[in-house]
Design a protein around this ligand. Structure first.
Ligand code: AMP
Length: 278
């Protein structure tokens, strides 16, 4: 496995790399969710590339960026374990070159939910992923369904900018109590950690109501709010039942939909979602 830091080193490493190439973009503090993406890339690809870059432009709160957990040594060891061939772990100035002054802004699908809650977040995501896609030139790139709106934003961006990398969404990896793995879980106090699985319980409750035939979106949102209300440590930001393609809020769930939510536990903001389809 090669660890490269600069655009030039990356180009060099990719020069002789057999195709197809799979890319797994990450912000590090790697866990089993990231491992699952790397495993999928390894199966699909002759060369697997993982990037580790805490992207300052996608944080709408400076303190969130500063406190984001980092441990490059352990991340590199995990990449090696998962059969990654090339780790791209650049400093900021190798991603955002001197005088950098471009933003990639995706439209409607980036506006609700996380886009509304975190102004500028998806501009930062779309911009850095466009750069990574262009630098790596992978046939495929792997993202987690945990960040469902992110997958939709990146798909739109790649299609619109004619970047030929195929965007593959992989299932959310969870703890045994249902909590979606997230690098941010490390910030939870023991009490907050014990409370956090309420997110998944709320989504499962909505999904069960939907599976039993409930089609009124507001009834499903109410179900989620009522489960969340039983957990005093959950400070709910939004609950949503939205069109699975556009993310517009639904009145009736008469097409594939996405139930999603965001809540803070203390200062730690967590998100999760569950598709209502199939
Ligand atoms: P991050 O390092 O948090 O930016 O995440 C990098 C990639 O891993 C993104 O595509 C995430 O959606 C994905 N990811 C994060 N957590 C999980 C999880 N629990 N299950 C599956 N994928 C995940």
């Amino acid at each position: 496995m090669q660890v490269v830091r600069t655009r030039a080193e990356l180009r060099g490493a990719l020069g002789e790399a057999p195709r197809p190439i799979g890319l797994v973009p990450t912000m590090g503090w790697l866990h089993a969710g990231h491992r699952a993406l790397m495993q999928r890339s390894r199966v699909d690809s002759s060369t697997s590339v993982a990037s580790i870059f805490v992207n300052p432009r996608q944080f709408n709160e400076a303190s969130d960026f500063e406190q984001y957990p980092r441990n490059e040594q352990s991340d590199i060891a995990i990449c090696a374990e998962e059969g990654v061939d090339i780790v791209f772990a650049p400093p900021v100035e190798e991603v955002y070159v001197d005088g950098f002054d471009t933003k990639v802004m995706v439209g409607a699908v980036a506006r609700p939910l996380e886009g509304a809650a975190r102004p500028g977040h998806f501009e930062g995501v779309a911009t850095v992923v466009a750069i990574l896609f262009n630098l790596v030139g992978a046939e495929r790139a792997y993202f987690g369904q945990k960040d469902a709106q992110q997958v939709m934003v990146i798909r739109r961006m790649a299609l619109d900018l004619a970047i030929p990398t195929e965007v593959i969404a992989c299932p959310t990896v969870r703890e045994s109590d249902g909590l979606a793995l997230s690098s941010r879980n490390v910030h939870l106090s023991p009490e907050e950690r014990a409370a956090a699985p309420v997110l998944h319980r709320a989504l499962v409750a909505a999904r069960e109501r939907w599976a039993a035939g409930e089609r009124a979106a507001e009834a499903l949102r109410r179900e989620m709010r009522s489960v969340l209300a039983d957990e005093p440590l959950a400070d709910v930001e939004y609950v949503s039942v939205a069109d699975g393609e556009t993310l517009a809020e639904l009145e009736r769930v008469d097409r594939p939909a996405l139930a999603s939510l965001a809540a803070r536990f203390g200062s730690t903001r967590l998100i999760d979602n569950e598709p209502l389809a199939g």
